[in-house]
Ligand binder design. Structure first.
Ligand code: AMP
Ligand code: FE
Ligand code: FE
Ligand code: ZN
Length: 301
């Protein structure tokens, strides 16, 4: 894999010249719950006319090598990243992490633990669903690639394949809803530990979609202040699931703490309606990410 910043420190490697084409810093491949392989996702990003794409699979860096090989010669810049699952009380808090060292032992251990917890939790959810619907663990595995970070999206795909839901979104609104009686959360570190792990690995932590509707991810302001103190560097504001009022609060928060502000699609291939480039990040904000990172460098294709 090319791009470790031990050889080419992040800021220098990028030389400050930012592409004028759209920058989309949040996408998923089949390494987690996207429906395209990392190489297919890169091809889709080229097709969509992006200048820069970040690969941010849930709790895994397993797609970095393939995506790095795939951008070669395309003119697309890859920002290797991850969306780390964390939990604050009952609320799930997703933390985007960019340009960290993927071999950092503490982060590697935590993400391995997370994926393992997700696997067993998914098995238990499926067991409960199987009491009422004709679905097996094998049906779920058939919807995921080997070693993928497993989650409810794969169970959703199995339910769709079996005809119990028309699509992923419907499965989430019904059988997979946290109030359905089948749900249980997976284990996850606190956001505070998440921020520390990412920073210690030389990465840039950015809270994903912090102002969505409904349960979860609406972090109290005091908790936010604490995260910033611990090294949180940015917030994802332009995201289809942030409410307008929430985005307004986030903009004030970002100004107050001088945070990096990003906008992204959260593309999952056919797994979600989100389209590549539907939201984007300003070049100067990406520049701040690249300059702050010490773990890895963007890969210019
Ligand atoms: P989990 O982490 O296993 O609890 O599942 C949450 C994941 O499901 C997130 O990564 C989302 O991308 C995905 N997800 C949540 N809601 C929906 C939805 N309505 N349709 C499709 N995917 C969803
Ligand atoms: Fe997802
Ligand atoms: Fe997320
Ligand atoms: Zn995401």
């Amino acid at each position: 894999m090319t791009g470790p910043s031990t050889a080419t420190p992040g800021g220098d490697a990028y030389d400050g010249v930012m592409p004028s084409r759209p920058i989309d810093l949040h996408t998923h491949s089949s390494v987690s719950d996207g429906t395209e392989t990392p190489a297919e996702l890169v091809a889709a990003a080229v097709q969509a006319g992006l200048g820069t794409v970040a690969l941010t699979d849930h709790d895994s860096t397993a797609g970095w090598s393939e995506a790095t090989r795939a951008v070669a010669g395309t003119g697309l810049t890859l920002v290797p990243g991850m969306e780390l699952s964390t939990r604050l009380g009952l609320d799930s808090v997703h933390m985007l992490a960019y340009l960290f060292d993927p071999t950092d032992p503490a982060l590697v251990a935590e993400t391995a633990r997370l994926r393992d917890s997700r696997l067993h939790r998914a098995e238990r959810i499926v067991e409960r669903i199987a009491a009422d619907y004709d679905i097996s663990w094998g049906d779920v595995l058939a919807q995921s690639t080997s070693g993928a970070t497993l989650g409810r999206p794969h169970i959703a795909d199995a339910l769709v394949a079996k005809g119990f839901a028309p699509d992923r979104s419907a499965a989430f609104a019904g059988i997979l809803h946290w109030r359905s009686g089948y749900y249980e959360p997976h284990e996850a570190p606190s956001p505070l530990l998440g921020v520390r792990l990412v920073r210690e690995a030389g990465g840039v932590p950015v809270i994903a979609h912090p102002a969505t509707r409904g349960r979860g991810t609406n972090i109290p302001e005091r908790a936010f202040d604490e995260l910033v103190e611990a090294g949180l560097m940015g917030v994802e504001i332009a995201h289809r699931e942030n409410t307008d009022a929430g985005a307004e609060r986030l903009r004030a928060l970002a100004r107050r703490h001088d945070l990096i502000v990003t906008g992204s699609s959260d593309y999952h291939g056919e797994g979600k309606p989100n389209r590549l480039g539907e939201n984007s990040t300003a070049p100067e904000e990406l520049e701040r990410i690249v300059e702050a990172a010490t773990g890895w460098a963007p890969v210019r294709g």
